[in-house]
Design a protein around this ligand. Sequence first.
Ligand SMILES: NC(=O)c1ccc[n+]([C@@H]2O[C@H](COP(=O)([O-])OP(=O)(O)OC[C@H]3O[C@@H](n4cnc5c(N)ncnc54)[C@H](OP(=O)(O)O)[C@@H]3O)[C@@H](O)[C@H]2O)c1
Length: 282
Amino acid sequence: MILDGKKTSELIVKQVAKEVSNLPEPITLAIILVGKNPASQVYVKNKIKACNEAGIGVKDYRLDEKATQKEVLQIIHDCNKDVTVNGILVQLPLPSHLDQDLIINAIDPKKDVDGLTIINQGRLFNGMEAIIPATPKGVITLLQKYFIDISGKNALVIGRSNLVGKPLALLLLQKNATVTVAHSKTTNLKEVAKRADILVAAVGKPNFVTGDMVKKEAVVVDVGINKVEGKIVGDVDFQEVKEVASYITPVPKGVGPMTIASLLENIICCYKMQVKDRELLN
Ligand SMILES: NC(=O)c1ccc[n+]([C@@H]2O[C@H](COP(=O)([O-])OP(=O)(O)OC[C@H]3O[C@@H](n4cnc5c(N)ncnc54)[C@H](OP(=O)(O)O)[C@@H]3O)[C@@H](O)[C@H]2O)c1
Protein backbone atom coordinates (compact mmCIF):
# COMPACT_ATOMS: atom_id res chain seq x y z
CA MET A 1 0.00 0.00 0.00
CA ILE A 2 1.20 3.48 -0.85
CA LEU A 3 1.83 5.95 1.96
CA ASP A 4 0.46 8.97 0.17
CA GLY A 5 2.46 11.95 1.38
CA LYS A 6 0.82 14.31 -1.07
CA LYS A 7 -2.76 13.68 0.04
CA THR A 8 -1.79 13.59 3.71
CA SER A 9 0.16 16.83 3.40
CA GLU A 10 -2.77 18.56 1.66
CA LEU A 11 -4.97 17.76 4.66
CA ILE A 12 -2.32 19.13 7.03
CA VAL A 13 -1.93 22.33 4.98
CA LYS A 14 -5.70 22.84 5.18
CA GLN A 15 -5.63 22.32 8.96
CA VAL A 16 -2.74 24.78 9.30
CA ALA A 17 -4.58 27.33 7.14
CA LYS A 18 -7.61 27.04 9.41
CA GLU A 19 -5.48 27.46 12.51
CA VAL A 20 -3.67 30.46 11.00
CA SER A 21 -6.96 32.14 10.11
CA ASN A 22 -8.06 31.80 13.75
CA LEU A 23 -4.90 33.37 15.19
CA PRO A 24 -5.28 36.88 16.62
CA GLU A 25 -2.43 38.23 14.47
CA PRO A 26 -0.73 37.43 11.14
CA ILE A 27 2.31 35.15 11.23
CA THR A 28 5.38 35.39 9.02
CA LEU A 29 8.29 33.20 7.96
CA ALA A 30 11.62 34.76 6.92
CA ILE A 31 13.45 32.72 4.28
CA ILE A 32 17.10 33.41 3.58
CA LEU A 33 18.53 32.00 0.35
CA VAL A 34 22.18 32.63 -0.46
CA GLY A 35 23.26 32.04 -4.05
CA LYS A 36 21.50 30.36 -6.95
CA ASN A 37 21.69 26.61 -6.27
CA PRO A 38 18.95 25.31 -8.63
CA ALA A 39 17.63 22.66 -6.19
CA SER A 40 17.53 25.23 -3.35
CA GLN A 41 15.62 27.66 -5.58
CA VAL A 42 12.98 24.97 -6.25
CA TYR A 43 12.73 24.09 -2.52
CA VAL A 44 12.32 27.75 -1.57
CA LYS A 45 9.69 28.27 -4.28
CA ASN A 46 7.69 25.30 -2.92
CA LYS A 47 7.99 26.56 0.66
CA ILE A 48 6.75 30.02 -0.34
CA LYS A 49 3.84 28.47 -2.26
CA ALA A 50 2.85 26.39 0.78
CA CYS A 51 3.05 29.44 3.07
CA ASN A 52 0.81 31.35 0.64
CA GLU A 53 -1.71 28.50 0.67
CA ALA A 54 -1.76 28.46 4.47
CA GLY A 55 -2.05 32.24 4.81
CA ILE A 56 1.43 32.58 6.32
CA GLY A 57 3.36 35.70 5.29
CA VAL A 58 6.86 35.39 3.82
CA LYS A 59 9.85 37.70 4.01
CA ASP A 60 11.98 36.52 1.13
CA TYR A 61 15.70 37.41 1.49
CA ARG A 62 17.78 36.59 -1.62
CA LEU A 63 21.49 37.13 -1.24
CA ASP A 64 24.29 37.00 -3.75
CA GLU A 65 26.47 33.86 -3.87
CA LYS A 66 29.31 36.01 -2.51
CA ALA A 67 27.34 37.38 0.46
CA THR A 68 29.50 37.75 3.55
CA GLN A 69 28.99 36.06 6.89
CA LYS A 70 28.33 39.47 8.40
CA GLU A 71 25.53 40.20 5.91
CA VAL A 72 23.77 36.89 6.61
CA LEU A 73 24.19 37.28 10.38
CA GLN A 74 22.83 40.84 10.23
CA ILE A 75 19.60 39.61 8.58
CA ILE A 76 19.24 36.88 11.21
CA HIS A 77 19.80 39.36 14.05
CA ASP A 78 17.22 41.74 12.53
CA CYS A 79 14.68 38.90 12.16
CA ASN A 80 15.39 37.70 15.71
CA LYS A 81 14.48 41.17 17.00
CA ASP A 82 11.48 41.70 14.69
CA VAL A 83 8.35 40.60 16.58
CA THR A 84 6.43 40.32 13.31
CA VAL A 85 8.80 37.53 12.15
CA ASN A 86 7.82 34.22 13.77
CA GLY A 87 10.12 31.80 11.97
CA ILE A 88 13.52 31.99 10.29
CA LEU A 89 14.67 29.49 7.69
CA VAL A 90 18.15 29.50 6.19
CA GLN A 91 18.05 27.35 3.06
CA LEU A 92 20.89 24.81 3.06
CA PRO A 93 23.45 24.13 1.77
CA LEU A 94 25.16 27.49 2.17
CA PRO A 95 28.10 28.44 -0.09
CA SER A 96 31.30 26.93 1.33
CA HIS A 97 32.85 30.25 2.45
CA LEU A 98 30.06 30.64 5.04
CA ASP A 99 30.14 28.95 8.47
CA GLN A 100 26.88 26.98 8.47
CA ASP A 101 26.98 26.06 12.17
CA LEU A 102 27.61 29.65 13.23
CA ILE A 103 24.81 30.98 11.01
CA ILE A 104 22.22 28.36 12.04
CA ASN A 105 22.99 28.83 15.72
CA ALA A 106 22.55 32.60 15.43
CA ILE A 107 18.81 31.93 14.94
CA ASP A 108 16.65 32.46 18.02
CA PRO A 109 15.72 28.85 18.98
CA LYS A 110 12.08 29.96 19.29
CA LYS A 111 12.18 31.05 15.62
CA ASP A 112 14.21 28.05 14.43
CA VAL A 113 11.55 26.48 12.15
CA ASP A 114 13.99 23.84 10.87
CA GLY A 115 14.89 22.71 14.39
CA LEU A 116 18.60 22.78 13.56
CA THR A 117 20.03 24.95 16.34
CA ILE A 118 21.93 23.05 19.01
CA ILE A 119 19.27 24.17 21.50
CA ASN A 120 16.44 22.45 19.61
CA GLN A 121 18.59 19.41 18.83
CA GLY A 122 19.56 19.17 22.50
CA ARG A 123 15.93 19.52 23.57
CA LEU A 124 14.95 16.72 21.18
CA PHE A 125 17.80 14.58 22.56
CA ASN A 126 16.46 15.14 26.08
CA GLY A 127 12.84 14.45 25.11
CA MET A 128 11.88 18.03 25.93
CA GLU A 129 9.48 20.24 23.96
CA ALA A 130 11.43 21.15 20.82
CA ILE A 131 11.09 22.28 17.23
CA ILE A 132 11.62 19.03 15.33
CA PRO A 133 13.34 19.12 11.91
CA ALA A 134 10.62 19.02 9.27
CA THR A 135 11.62 15.88 7.36
CA PRO A 136 11.83 13.48 10.35
CA LYS A 137 8.68 15.05 11.78
CA GLY A 138 6.93 14.50 8.44
CA VAL A 139 7.99 10.84 8.37
CA ILE A 140 6.58 10.18 11.85
CA THR A 141 3.35 12.05 11.04
CA LEU A 142 2.89 10.01 7.86
CA LEU A 143 3.36 6.72 9.75
CA GLN A 144 0.89 7.88 12.39
CA LYS A 145 -1.72 9.00 9.86
CA TYR A 146 -1.68 5.45 8.47
CA PHE A 147 -1.91 4.00 12.01
CA ILE A 148 1.40 2.18 11.61
CA ASP A 149 2.59 0.72 14.91
CA ILE A 150 6.06 1.90 15.85
CA SER A 151 6.27 0.65 19.44
CA GLY A 152 8.33 -2.52 19.81
CA LYS A 153 9.24 -2.66 16.11
CA ASN A 154 12.73 -3.03 14.69
CA ALA A 155 13.39 0.26 12.89
CA LEU A 156 16.38 0.85 10.66
CA VAL A 157 17.39 4.34 9.59
CA ILE A 158 19.97 4.35 6.81
CA GLY A 159 21.78 7.70 7.09
CA ARG A 160 22.96 9.65 10.13
CA SER A 161 22.82 13.31 9.09
CA ASN A 162 21.83 15.98 11.63
CA LEU A 163 19.04 16.99 9.25
CA VAL A 164 17.36 13.61 8.79
CA GLY A 165 18.91 10.39 10.08
CA LYS A 166 19.87 11.30 13.66
CA PRO A 167 16.69 13.19 14.62
CA LEU A 168 14.55 10.51 12.99
CA ALA A 169 16.33 7.80 14.98
CA LEU A 170 15.62 9.76 18.18
CA LEU A 171 11.95 10.19 17.28
CA LEU A 172 11.55 6.48 16.54
CA LEU A 173 13.24 5.71 19.85
CA GLN A 174 10.84 8.07 21.63
CA LYS A 175 8.03 6.07 20.03
CA ASN A 176 9.55 2.91 21.55
CA ALA A 177 11.01 1.35 18.40
CA THR A 178 14.24 -0.65 18.69
CA VAL A 179 16.38 1.55 16.49
CA THR A 180 19.43 0.79 14.37
CA VAL A 181 21.24 3.53 12.49
CA ALA A 182 23.27 2.50 9.45
CA HIS A 183 25.81 4.63 7.58
CA SER A 184 28.57 4.37 5.02
CA LYS A 185 30.79 2.26 7.32
CA THR A 186 28.06 -0.25 8.23
CA THR A 187 29.01 -3.78 7.31
CA ASN A 188 26.49 -6.42 6.20
CA LEU A 189 23.83 -3.79 5.58
CA LYS A 190 21.68 -6.31 3.72
CA GLU A 191 21.49 -8.57 6.79
CA VAL A 192 20.77 -5.62 9.07
CA ALA A 193 18.11 -4.32 6.69
CA LYS A 194 16.41 -7.72 6.42
CA ARG A 195 15.58 -7.54 10.15
CA ALA A 196 13.81 -4.19 9.92
CA ASP A 197 10.05 -3.93 10.33
CA ILE A 198 10.35 -0.24 9.49
CA LEU A 199 13.09 0.78 7.08
CA VAL A 200 13.89 4.41 6.33
CA ALA A 201 16.34 5.31 3.59
CA ALA A 202 18.00 8.73 3.86
CA VAL A 203 21.17 8.11 1.90
CA GLY A 204 21.11 10.23 -1.25
CA LYS A 205 21.83 7.33 -3.61
CA PRO A 206 19.31 6.36 -6.30
CA ASN A 207 17.77 2.88 -5.98
CA PHE A 208 20.10 2.04 -3.07
CA VAL A 209 17.57 -0.16 -1.25
CA THR A 210 16.67 -3.15 -3.40
CA GLY A 211 13.95 -5.79 -2.98
CA ASP A 212 16.34 -8.41 -1.61
CA MET A 213 17.26 -6.12 1.32
CA VAL A 214 13.70 -5.79 2.60
CA LYS A 215 11.84 -8.04 5.03
CA LYS A 216 8.47 -9.26 3.79
CA GLU A 217 5.65 -6.92 4.89
CA ALA A 218 8.09 -4.25 6.12
CA VAL A 219 7.15 -0.57 6.07
CA VAL A 220 9.54 1.31 3.80
CA VAL A 221 10.01 5.08 3.86
CA ASP A 222 12.08 6.71 1.15
CA VAL A 223 13.48 10.11 2.11
CA GLY A 224 15.90 10.36 -0.82
CA ILE A 225 15.62 12.93 -3.57
CA ASN A 226 17.96 12.20 -6.46
CA LYS A 227 17.93 13.46 -10.02
CA VAL A 228 18.54 10.76 -12.64
CA GLU A 229 18.29 11.69 -16.31
CA GLY A 230 16.14 14.68 -15.44
CA LYS A 231 13.74 12.62 -13.28
CA ILE A 232 13.40 12.71 -9.49
CA VAL A 233 13.91 9.29 -7.89
CA GLY A 234 14.33 8.16 -4.29
CA ASP A 235 16.85 5.94 -2.51
CA VAL A 236 14.58 2.91 -2.82
CA ASP A 237 14.04 0.79 -5.91
CA PHE A 238 10.31 1.37 -5.83
CA GLN A 239 9.33 -1.24 -8.44
CA GLU A 240 11.18 -4.04 -6.64
CA VAL A 241 10.47 -3.05 -3.07
CA LYS A 242 6.73 -2.43 -3.51
CA GLU A 243 6.37 -6.17 -4.18
CA VAL A 244 7.83 -7.01 -0.75
CA ALA A 245 6.77 -4.14 1.51
CA SER A 246 3.39 -3.77 3.20
CA TYR A 247 3.59 0.04 2.98
CA ILE A 248 5.91 2.20 0.91
CA THR A 249 6.32 5.91 0.20
CA PRO A 250 6.64 6.95 -3.43
CA VAL A 251 9.11 9.56 -4.71
CA PRO A 252 7.89 12.13 -5.54
CA LYS A 253 4.64 12.57 -3.54
CA GLY A 254 5.94 10.85 -0.42
CA VAL A 255 8.18 12.41 2.21
CA GLY A 256 8.81 15.63 0.20
CA PRO A 257 5.32 17.16 0.62
CA MET A 258 5.21 15.91 4.26
CA THR A 259 8.38 17.93 4.91
CA ILE A 260 6.72 21.10 3.67
CA ALA A 261 3.55 20.42 5.69
CA SER A 262 5.68 19.87 8.82
CA LEU A 263 7.50 23.12 8.18
CA LEU A 264 4.14 24.95 8.25
CA GLU A 265 3.25 23.19 11.50
CA ASN A 266 6.62 24.25 12.89
CA ILE A 267 5.91 27.91 12.14
CA ILE A 268 2.78 27.64 14.30
CA CYS A 269 4.80 25.85 17.04
CA CYS A 270 7.32 28.72 16.96
CA TYR A 271 4.54 31.31 17.14
CA LYS A 272 2.99 29.55 20.15
CA MET A 273 6.35 29.47 21.95
CA GLN A 274 6.76 33.20 21.33
CA VAL A 275 3.26 33.92 22.67
CA LYS A 276 4.02 31.86 25.80
CA ASP A 277 7.20 33.88 26.27
CA ARG A 278 5.36 37.19 25.89
CA GLU A 279 2.74 36.07 28.43
CA LEU A 280 5.45 35.07 30.92
CA LEU A 281 7.06 38.50 30.62
CA ASN A 282 3.80 40.47 31.05
N1 LIG B 1 12.24 14.47 1.15
C1 LIG B 1 12.74 15.56 1.73
O1 LIG B 1 12.04 16.50 2.05
C2 LIG B 1 14.20 15.57 2.02
C3 LIG B 1 14.73 16.41 3.01
C4 LIG B 1 16.09 16.33 3.29
C5 LIG B 1 16.90 15.48 2.55
N2 LIG B 1 16.35 14.72 1.56
C6 LIG B 1 17.13 13.76 0.79
O2 LIG B 1 17.45 12.67 1.65
C7 LIG B 1 18.73 12.13 1.30
C8 LIG B 1 19.61 12.19 2.52
O3 LIG B 1 19.75 13.52 2.93
P1 LIG B 1 20.80 13.97 4.06
O4 LIG B 1 20.78 15.45 4.13
O5 LIG B 1 20.55 13.16 5.28
O6 LIG B 1 22.16 13.48 3.32
P2 LIG B 1 23.65 13.40 3.85
O7 LIG B 1 23.93 14.45 4.84
O8 LIG B 1 24.49 13.33 2.60
O9 LIG B 1 23.71 11.98 4.60
C9 LIG B 1 23.69 10.79 3.89
C10 LIG B 1 23.87 9.66 4.86
O10 LIG B 1 23.88 8.44 4.10
C11 LIG B 1 24.95 7.65 4.55
N3 LIG B 1 25.46 6.79 3.47
C12 LIG B 1 26.12 7.17 2.36
N4 LIG B 1 26.47 6.08 1.65
C13 LIG B 1 26.03 5.00 2.34
C14 LIG B 1 26.11 3.62 2.14
N5 LIG B 1 26.74 3.10 1.08
N6 LIG B 1 25.55 2.79 3.05
C15 LIG B 1 24.92 3.30 4.14
N7 LIG B 1 24.82 4.62 4.40
C16 LIG B 1 25.37 5.45 3.51
C17 LIG B 1 26.03 8.60 4.99
O11 LIG B 1 26.90 7.95 5.90
P3 LIG B 1 28.18 8.67 6.59
O12 LIG B 1 27.61 9.50 7.70
O13 LIG B 1 29.00 7.54 7.07
O14 LIG B 1 28.82 9.50 5.51
C18 LIG B 1 25.19 9.71 5.63
O15 LIG B 1 24.97 9.46 7.00
C19 LIG B 1 19.20 12.98 0.12
O16 LIG B 1 18.80 12.34 -1.08
C20 LIG B 1 18.44 14.27 0.27
O17 LIG B 1 18.25 14.95 -0.96
C21 LIG B 1 15.03 14.73 1.32
